[in-house]
Ligand binder design. Structure first.
Ligand SMILES: C[S@@+](CC[C@H](N)C(=O)[O-])C[C@H]1O[C@@H](n2cnc3c(N)ncnc32)[C@H](O)[C@@H]1O
Length: 371
């Protein structure tokens, strides 16, 4: 009841302390935006992680969060609140008139990341993204931003799923910055039970990644050597991620994910060559007139084709910008979430128009021909 009264007082800041679990403290702030939202910062001994959520979710979020702490101090519009749960589970509540001017945080303040700068992540120190004090090396800042953005996009979808246990594959994991962070974030910070496999063609990076995983006790994270197209999983896969797998490697990743019926697919394609090199641009002068625009339009249409195929296979797809173009031109994330929706006419039209205009059937279309 008292917690509901606090919610009705429209708190702008809440601090949860006196911890029972892994977090030292959590701080929730109302952030002005369009619409306003709350942002919760979870503090562990060395790190801070952020989660955003809509204003109307404050009650359910707070109830869950309060199970990890004994105390809440909150600044509402009228009152300053103090909640304390005793060792015998009795809730003590007090409040006093708020005479302080408590301001809503502005959304346009310097960007906060899920993984903040100065947050020491041992795997990222090993991978030379940051030094031992948590300072991100200037030359690695773009990578740090990419990883954060990817985490934000994952967070956005998994927070809607009531699922504690996830089997994840990262196709074309390379040095595995992303793999380590996703695993670390989902297990240690989000408390989920995650089994994760990173796959790549490079033997040296795979053995190095396995060494790093065992060094940090990531016992459900393994790296395997192999080609995406031949990879066989010994368990059901819930999520497939793939960051910058080259050219049609993304199509093989999507094909596997679709056949596994993965709940979530997140792919940032790169090095789009197929349509550019095999499409017939005769009669499409407006596209083929200038090299650079031909390249960019081919890449965009390839991603439209992939998105349309994902929709055709029953996924709801968002095409999202990962970061601004000054960091990398490879910046479109295809985020697909499985639904029970039937294939739409729109997705069929996208596929038909691309295939008939360029007189080509792209890899993903060929791979999914039997479905
Ligand atoms: C540009 S790197 C990206 C690495 C990592 N995902 C990242 O973003 O930091 C692309 C990686 O995909 C791997 N790759 C490309 N084709 C592949 C395939 N068919 N099967 C497995 N890995 C592949 C390459 O070996 C390379 O390590």
């Amino acid at each position: 009841m008292e917690i509901l009264a606090l919610i009705e007082d429209h708190p702008v800041r809440l601090i949860l302390s006196n911890p029972l679990g892994q977090y030292r403290k959590s701080e929730i702030r109302l952030v002005s935006g369009n619409p306003d939202f709350y942002q919760c910062a979870h503090y562990t001994e060395q790190q801070v992680f952020h989660v955003n959520f809509p204003v109307e979710k404050l009650h359910s979020f707070l109830m869950k969060e309060f199970s990890h702490f004994r105390q809440i101090d909150a600044w509402g519009t009228k009152y300053i609140w103090h909640f304390k749960r005793t060792k015998r589970d009795k809730l003590m509540v007090s409040k006093k008139i708020n005479k302080e001017k408590t301001e809503v945080s502005a959304h346009n303040r310097p960007k906060e990341y899920i993984l903040e700068e100065k947050t020491i992540v041992p795997a990222l120190v090993d991978l030379k993204i940051m030094d031992e004090q948590g300072n991100v090396f200037p030359s690695r800042f773009a990578k740090f931003k990419q990883i954060n953005r990817f985490l934000e996009m994952i967070e956005d979808v998994i927070e809607k799923e009531d699922q504690k246990s996830w089997n994840i594959v990262d196709f074309g994991c390379g040095k595995s910055y992303l793999t380590f962070i996703v695993y670390d974030y989902l297990t240690r910070i989000r408390g989920l039970d995650v089994t994760m496999t990173g796959l790549d063609l490079k033997a040296d990076v795979i053995s190095q990644c396995n060494l790093t995983a065992s060094k940090y006790g990531y016992d459900k994270l393994q790296f395997k050597l192999g080609d995406i197209k031949n990879f066989v999983s010994d368990r059901d896969i819930d999520m497939v991620i793939s960051l910058h797998a080259c050219d049609v490697a993304t199509d093989y990743a999507l094909n596997q994910a679709i056949r596994w019926n993965a709940k979530i697919i997140m792919a940032v394609p790169c090095c789009h060559k197929e349509l550019l090199h095999t499409g017939d641009f005769d009669g499409l002068a407006m596209i083929g007139a200038y090299g650079l625009s031909k390249e960019r339009i081919s890449a965009l249409l390839t991603d439209n084709y992939r998105s349309a195929y994902l929709e055709k296979m029953g996924y709801s797809v968002d095409m999202l910008e990962m970061f601004d173009l000054s960091h990398s031109p490879k910046n479109i994330l295809l985020r697909a979430v499985r639904t029970n929706r039937k294939q739409s006419q729109k997705s069929r039209d996208v596929i038909d128009q691309i295939e008939s205009s360029f007189k080509v059937r792209l890899t993903l279309g060929r791979l999914l021909e039997d479905l």
